[in-house]
Design a protein around this ligand. Structure first.
Ligand SMILES: Cc1cc2nc3c(=O)[nH]c(=O)nc-3n(C[C@H](O)[C@H](O)[C@H](O)COP(=O)(O)OP(=O)(O)OC[C@H]3O[C@@H](n4cnc5c(N)ncnc54)[C@H](O)[C@@H]3O)c2cc1C
Length: 388
């Protein structure tokens, strides 16, 4: 059930105040310590952020995609590490179970994911398998009432904190490509599961990724998501469709925040006897940034509303993710330029946000993979029109 307009406005306003009063002032602390403060995580739990997209029946807020986007536009204004800590529970770490899980799997895991008591991670990427996600090499071999998992998952967000992993593994070694892949809900403590060292990253300090290693890990047969083998890749793609709109919303929010930073600096900084904001060469950067951020907002909201209405928005989600992630990269780069030398210095936020924004063009499908999805859909439509 969509929220009534007043409740929706209150929710968005509450998140905006939380971001301005609690998150932005602590960005430097989080980046320097490379850790998320426990009190901030507790506040996020209290506000229901971990359960934004999980149905109310399981203790979540049950937001639809448009409402989730409105919330993420606001959260996106803070350094992206803050969103990262709860975002896997909202998207890729819970939605496999929420969309395709059995009633028992939903009852067992969704309440803990919604409250933030459990951190959920999504484990698809492997050392040799990235963009070509259907070629998963991790294996899951049935042995009595268990599956035995072997393989390594790479760059898994929140893995060092996770209580539950949605793992893509090949159950049918004879089937080539995506058809032989299944999804499993794997609890962190199972024997044979271990973690690599947290990676040192370019940006988004405070958010953590590491390898997840399965060495004859014994997982109960009930962990197979949906109880059917061979559906894992379809589950992953449904999860990623929604996740791409979420990421596009985060990029849009970050761009809007960076534009504010850019203008605040430019009206205060003086050169040649006047505010640098008066120079038309910089004004072009402000105008381009604003128009592009508005375009991204419109793309996200249009696709989100159409998804809520039951339309297939795969191509629109790819368009939104591609455009918004490239757009925030350009905006973050202009912000460094507007700041001049200060843009290169750590004490100003410009250089951190520039590094933080870079990841958006890589994960949940690179820009090139979004381009291939968009082009493939367009070509299929053209062939259908031509009857070929
Ligand atoms: C910080 C971080 C967090 C992450 N979190 C997660 C997570 O939680 N779970 C998870 O499963 N994964 C996660 N990933 C992995 C991420 O999704 C992959 O890195 C990404 O999908 C790209 O895969 P790759 O790194 O193997 O690059 P590759 O697939 O090797 O790509 C390298 C380059 O080749 C290009 N390329 C590849 N194929 C094509 C093609 N067909 N056409 C044109 N160009 C192509 C790519 O666009 C890219 O430019 C994370 C990564 C990072 C860095």
């Amino acid at each position: 059930m969509p929220l009534d307009p007043e409740t929706r406005a209150q929710l968005v306003d509450q998140i905006r105040r939380f971001v301005d009063d609690r998150l932005i002032p602590r960005e430097a602390e989080v980046a320097d310590a490379d850790a998320m403060p426990a009190d901030i995580i507790d506040e996020m739990r209290g506000m229901g952020l971990f359960g934004l997209s999980i149905a109310e029946d399981y203790g979540g807020l049950g937001l639809d995609m448009e409402e989730e986007a409105l919330v993420i536009f606001e959260i996106g204004r803070a350094a992206p590490a803050f969103r990262s800590i709860f975002a896997t529970n909202v998207g890729i770490g819970s939605q496999g179970i929420a969309i395709d899980g059995t009633p028992e799997q939903k009852a067992k895991y969704l309440p803990g994911l919604a409250s933030g008591a459990i951190i959920g991670s999504f484990a698809l990427t492997e050392p040799e398998v990235g963009s070509d996600a259907g070629s998963v090499r991790t294996t899951a071999r049935r042995e009595g009432d268990h599956y035995i998992l072997n393989g390594t998952k790479r760059f898994i967000t929140n893995a060092p904190h996770a209580g539950l992993f949605t793992v893509m593994a090949r159950t049918d070694p004879a089937a080539k490509g995506a058809a032989g892949v299944s999804a499993f809900a794997v609890e962190a403590g199972v024997p044979g599961l271990s973690l690599g060292k947290p990676e040192r990253k370019m940006g988004q300090q405070g958010a953590h990724v590491c390898d997840v290693i399965f060495d004859n890990a014994r997982v109960p047969a009930e962990a197979l998501i949906g109880g059917v083998e061979g559906r894992g890749f379809k589950t992953a793609m449904k999860v990623l469709d929604k996740g791409r709109l979420h990421i596009a919303a985060a990029c849009t929010g970050l761009a809007e925040r960076i534009i504010d930073d850019m203008l605040d600096y430019a009206v205060g900084r003086r050169q040649f006897g006047r505010a640098i904001a008066d120079f038309q060469l910089l004004q072009a950067m402000f105008a381009d940034s604003k128009a592009e951020a508005l375009a991204a907002r419109a793309l996200v909201l249009d696709a989100a509303r159409r998804r809520d209405a039951g339309e297939d928005v795969s191509m629109a989600a790819s368009c939104a993710k591609m455009f918004a992630s490239e757009m925030v990269g350009r905006v973050a780069d202009r912000n460094v330029q507007v700041h001049g030398g200060a843009g290169y210095i750590k004490d100003y936020r410009a250089e951190q946000l520039y590094r933080d924004a870079r990841l958006f063009r890589i994960y949940e499908g690179t820009t090139q993979i979004q381009q291939t999805i968009i082009a493939k859909t367009l070509i299929a439509e053209a062939k259908a029109r031509a009857g070929t």
